[in-house]
Write a protein that binds this ligand. Sequence first.
Ligand SMILES: [Zn+2]
Length: 164
Amino acid sequence: MGLIWGWTDGITAAIAFLFGGLWLSPDLDTRSKALHRWGRLGFIWWPYRRLIRHRSIWSHGPLIGTTVRLVNLLGWLILVIFLVPSLNLTVVTESAQQWMNNHPRQIITIALALESSTWLHLVLDGDPWPVEWSHRRNRSSNKLCTRDKRVQRHSISSSRSTNS
Ligand SMILES: [Zn+2]
């Protein structure tokens, strides 16, 4: 990223990648090191942990997982804006919108770095697919095994019938 767009974007990407890997990990769906890094703010991941099964598509799914975690953060941010009287949701939203319009490259850099850190996590998890996908794959491979056994039995019985 830094080689393509310059060193400031490289630093932005590095910070976003580290934040994504250490604080915004897919493993926030369980009592993990990433959860402990949030310290007293760890409670903000309680809904995420309660609603999402560990290693499900909603936490470990490519693109979906990062989106769900960002939506969770955004939800808490909106709640804080509502609760703090000096903050105005319209003013904050307009400021955020203006910043995003002025910094589209940084938004893309941050999004790519966060998603890359998720992909690194999925690869390091061993089986990079969410639990649902792994089950589906295992079921289809079991079907293949059953079919292979049927084919094997058929070939054995037909060889016996040709021998006799
Ligand atoms: Zn994981």
